[in-house]
Design a protein around this ligand. Structure first.
Ligand SMILES: [Zn+2]
Length: 359
């Protein structure tokens, strides 16, 4: 008897012939490459499909994606009904549901799929980036950071001021603040109000930002804040996040080795890397604790934020990468107040500070 066969792999229909035997349906069909196939469905495993688009009777077999056989309803009535009629599937599958709803079904599934992907992206990417960052050994993070830094250097984006860099490194050491990665500071001659942390230990400060500072506590707070981004591997995680699409693919194919090349190609991301609120809060808390712990007024972290305008014609890059608002300032102020420390920078810090400002 004539029928139409769907193999469950492609949507194309194959012309077919079938015979119903005592306990099976034998099907012969020709595929798109003109190859002939003979298959057999045990009768006990064949079902009557609930969705029936061709106004024929549709038989289905196997797990999703099912095979289908569209037969003439008259043939089905003659050969199946009254003689072991096939059971109907218990439940309509998603595939049948979508198709049975026509265009609306496709739209519904599309909306659900987009919502699902969005949720995966919004919640999955931060988790995935943290997981990936954790898999990268500290030594490799340092190498990656050096590569990124050199990439920025060779593209002429880092015009280092070696004298000021030397002073800032001395200044940082004089604070006594210790981090897991040794921090290496570079001062870059650039009017932009910016500073950024490179994975593995480098911190870059633009002269445009240094000019905004009125007190040494602000500089200590900035360096401690950036050091926290390095120490907590925020920069690495954020870089990975900013390349989420690559990350998703590399996780899916189980290969994170290609990631390094992609990161280096996108070294520019470092300069305006935008941190999450959680990372900012962690870095602020680190700065307050470290300042207080080393006898420096932790209000420096608040003064640092106050030195940067949040409104006006030019929003500093530093604010775009380390966004702060009234809430963040208030939270930092509360932390600083709680520490009850009102220290003074030590003599060495003050001397270096004066040299840095005199520049
Ligand atoms: Zn920050």
């Amino acid at each position: 008897m004539n029928a139409t066969f769907f193999d469950g792999k492609v949507s194309r229909a194959h012309p077919a012939q079938y015979v119903r035997t005592a306990n099976a349906i034998q099907i012969a069909y020709t595929d798109a490459d003109a190859v002939e196939h003979q298959i057999e469905w045990p009768l006990t495993e064949a079902r009557l499909a609930t969705w029936n688009p061709a106004e024929k009777t549709r038989l289905q077999f196997g797990p999703f994606p099912h095979q289908y056989l569209d037969v003439e309803t008259a043939d089905y009535n003659t050969h199946f009904v009254g003689d072991g009629q096939l059971p109907q599937p218990a439940r309509t599958g998603l595939y049948e549901f979508v198709l049975s709803r026509g265009f609306r079904g496709v739209v519904i599934v599309g909306v659900v799929a987009v919502a699902f992907l969005w949720i995966l992206y919004a919640f999955g990417v931060p988790v995935a980036s943290e997981q990936i960052a954790r898999q990268i050994p500290a030594e490799q993070e340092k190498q990656l950071g050096d590569m990124l830094y050199r990439q920025l250097e060779t593209t002429g984006q880092l015009d280092a001021d070696s004298v000021q860099s030397g002073r800032l490194n001395q200044f940082w050491r004089a604070t006594g603040i210790k981090t897991r990665f040794p921090i290496q500071i570079t001062v870059v001659d650039n009017k932009e109000v910016n500073a950024f942390a490179v994975p593995g230990g480098r911190v870059v400060v633009f002269t445009g930002l240094l000019k905004k500072f009125k007190r040494p506590e602000q500089l200590v707070a900035l360096l401690a804040h950036e050091a926290a981004h390095v120490q907590n591997r925020h920069s690495l995680q954020q870089l990975i996040r900013s390349l989420a699409a690559y990350v998703i693919v590399s996780v899916m194919v189980g290969d994170v080795s290609g990631l390094t090349a992609v990161l280096v190609d996108n070294a520019d991301n470092l300069i305006s890397l935008s941190y999450s609120r959680q990372h900012e809060a962690e870095a602020d808390a680190f700065a307050v604790t470290q300042l207080a712990g080393h006898g420096i007024d932790p209000m420096g972290a608040v003064w640092l934020m106050e030195a940067l305008p949040t409104e006006g014609d030019v929003i500093p890059t530093l604010l775009r990468s380390h966004p702060h608002n009234a809430e963040r300032v208030a939270a930092t102020r509360a932390l600083a107040k709680k520490s009850r420390i009102r220290g003074q920078p030590n003599a060495a810090l003050l001397t270096l500070w004066n040299q840095i400002k005199r520049n």
